[in-house]
Design a protein around this ligand. Structure first.
Ligand code: NAI
Length: 289
């Protein structure tokens, strides 16, 4: 299968690695040349690590990388059988992208979004053939995380969700079918998790490091909420919170916080920008409580 992936950031690069490893030819596109180069390097680095650990032979790693084609030319998508986008979490931008994509790809090509929170129905509505549209939501980092949410829209043709579920399973992932509601399963549960952690901080009940420490060391979570938000990126995470809050008709359970909004506005996106809740630029990894 030939798969086109648009957006070569954290998610697009990871998804490209997953599907190339599963044997598909991958066309990975980004509007930003540097992002594309970074993605190529990060995928190569990730394959090298797996080879060093003996989980992949050098030959297999070269085959996987050989199936990956980095491009800035959307015209290269004219033979794709599935196109999945992982660009900015902005409805209008995603809709515009699919209007362009649909003019190029074959009629049978499946169209999919990796959106964390936006309505699949509203992205599909921008398409001429919304019945071929579906949500395929990976988790970060995509090569490691097992779960993938598969989200049919009201317009999605009967049977496509099951086809996509089987396809995702063939990539070695654990798909779960979910309804097209804001944040689906995981990001809906995660909103109050992050929101409550920020409120605990704002109310002066405990500092970030203590909250992160308590949740990981005592609570059994793999990452504390502040470390996790910094890992996801506040540009992504703030937009997702705002989108889920709005989509739930301003339900206060999902209300964003000014603390996070200010990080977003300042460009303090977390690990990717060197500073978020924690300061990574100075090598200051999350402090011990
Ligand atoms: P990112 O900021 O790392 O990467 C986005 C990439 O898309 C950038 O390289 C940017 O240059 C490119 N881009 C933006 N607009 C474009 C356009 N019109 N055409 C081509 N390329 C374009 O973002 P990330 O974290 O990879 O997130 C991407 C999507 O995946 C978002 O919808 C996000 O909600 C979703 N997502 C993010 C997760 C996370 O933990 N970061 C987890 C699961 C889903």
């Amino acid at each position: 299968m030939i798969i086109g992936i648009i957006g070569s950031g954290a998610m697009g690069a990871g998804i490209a690695q997953v599907v190339a490893t599963a044997g598909h030819t991958v066309r990975l596109l980004d509007q930003n040349r540097q992002a594309l180069d970074r993605a190529g390097k990060s995928i190569q680095g990730s394959l090298d690590k797996l080879t060093e650990k003996g989980k992949l032979t050098a030959e297999k790693s070269a085959d996987i990388f050989g199936r990956l084609h980095l491009t800035q030319d959307i015209g290269a998508f004219n033979d794709c059988e599935l196109v999945l986008e992982a660009i900015v979490e902005d409805l209008a931008v995603k809709q515009q992208l699919f209007r362009e994509v649909e003019m190029l790809v074959p009629d049978t090509c499946i169209l999919a979004s990796n959106t964390s929170s936006l309505s699949i129905a509203s992205i599909a509505a921008a398409c001429q053939k919304p019945e071929r549209f579906i949500g395929i939501h990976f988790f970060n980092p995509a090569p490691v995380m097992q779960l993938v949410e598969v989200i049919p829209a009201v317009q999605t043709r009967v049977g496509l969700a099951e086809e996509v579920r089987d396809l995702v399973q063939s990539w070695g992932k654990q798909p779960v079918l979910t309804k097209d509601t804001p944040g689906f399963i995981v990001n809906r549960v995660a909103r109050p998790f992050y929101g409550e952690a920020i409120r605990i901080l704002e109310e002066g009940i405990a500092d970030m490091a203590t909250i992160d420490w308590a949740l990981t060391e005592l609570g059994g979570f793999r990452m504390g909420p502040f470390t996790l938000m910094d890992f996801i990126g506040h540009d992504v995470n703030y937009r997702v919170t705002e989108s889920v809050f709005t989509a739930f008709f301003f339900d206060p359970r999902f209300k964003p916080s000014f603390t996070q909004k200010r990080l977003f506005e300042a460009g303090y996106y977390g690990r990717k920008s060197g500073r978020g809740f924690y300061n990574y630029a100075e090598g200051a990894v999350p402090p011990e409580p």
